[in-house]
Design a binder for this molecule. Structure first.
Ligand SMILES: *Cc1c(COP(=O)(O)O)cnc(C)c1O
Length: 323
């Protein structure tokens, strides 16, 4: 096992307080960088280190057509002198805008697949790796969202960054909330809390699938990371705390109410939230505080830290939704 990494992100990211009836703070992981902004870069610092240790020349990964993770991988590859090959799911004609525009600018090889084909994307990526091997190249496959035992280390480190901030600023966060899309961000924060015995509430809000699905996925990948670190604890689905009910019409699809909430929130906070991830999850935070605050806090005095995981570029691909 190796806890080494390369440096790709601007860390630590700032934390700011918002004006709501509850004490809500935002950790600006949308400011980890420009081209490489968002949460995926924290995972890639560890994953790309592992790829380089294995002397890889190509990073293969996957996601939706507007995947932030695929874009961050394309930029990381360019930065480290490697190539990237992205498998992106799209059933319609591809419009080169938002993240996929950046993928193209950063020189990624892009294979567009249907959502049906995407169900077997792990096999497609393994086949591509073999093809590269035949050409004498060494490709490295990064799973969806870089949410595996190595990628999770990025948010384990973030948890410790939050503890350092608390010490410096004399503040205590009772609850940490993040968006759940493939589970690695939540898994890392959960592990940090577990290993530091910090006893914070770590809460995820899923923007695809169901809470049950992610409790299974996250307990598995969190256990994998603990084993990788030489710890034997078995994380169970009951350890994982996910608030369901904010997926709406499905992954990367918006309702009018979600779009209206996003527009209001941008004006109120002067922070740009994205329609696919943080906009939905932050709406989940505000709605839950209104309807069932005990789910998030013990009292109104508690401090809530929302992790802004980025997603800036997808807003440009969805400009029509906002007009
Ligand atoms: C990928 C992503 C998430 C979800 O993080 P996971 O670790 O995949 O659960 C949240 N917000 C944004 C903007 C993302 O790109």
């Amino acid at each position: 096992m190796s806890k080494d990494k390369i440096k790709l992100a601007n860390l630590p990211t700032p934390i700011e307080k918002l004006s709501y009836d509850y004490n809500i703070f935002v950790k600006r992981d949308d400011m980890t960088g420009v081209e490489i902004s968002g949460n995926k870069v924290r995972k890639l610092e560890y994953v790309v280190y592992d790829a380089m240790r294995q002397k890889s020349d190509i990073l293969i990964t996957c996601g939706g057509i507007q995947s932030n993770h695929a874009r961050a991988t394309a930029v990381a590859a360019t930065k480290m002198g490697m190539k990237s090959h992205l498998f992106l799911a799209c059933d319609e004609e591809v419009v080169t805008q938002g993240n996929v525009l950046l993928d193209t600018l950063f020189g990624a090889t892009i294979t567009v697949v249907t959502h049906e084909e995407f169900e077997h994307v792990n096999e497609l990526m393994e086949e591509a790796k073999k093809e590269y091997e035949k050409q004498g190249k060494n490709a490295y496959v990064i799973p969806l969202g870089a949410s595996n035992m190595i990628g999770n280390l990025g948010y384990l480190e973030t948890f410790n960054e939050i503890l350092d901030y608390e010490k410096e600023q004399g503040i205590h966060f009772d609850t940490i909330v993040c968006t759940v899309g493939s589970g690695g961000t939540y898994a890392g924060l959960w592990l940090g809390n577990y290993l530091a015995k910090a006893h914070k509430k770590i809460i995820g809000i899923n923007i695809s699938q169901s809470a049950e699905y992610f409790k299974e996925v996250i307990s598995t990948i969190a256990t994998d990371t603990l084993h990788y670190l030489g710890e034997q604890y078995l994380v169970t689905p009951d350890d994982i705390n996910i608030i369901d009910g904010f997926v709406g019409r499905g992954y990367a699809l918006s309702t009018q109410e979600e779009l209206d909430f996003l527009k209001e929130t941008v004006k109120k906070t002067a922070i740009l939230f994205d329609p696919v991830y943080t906009g939905k999850a932050f709406r989940g935070v505000i709605k839950t505080l209104n309807s069932n605050p005990k789910r998030l806090v013990d009292s109104q005095k508690d401090n809530i830290l929302f992790i802004h995981t980025g997603g800036l570029f997808s807003i440009f691909a969805k400009s029509k939704d906002f007009i």
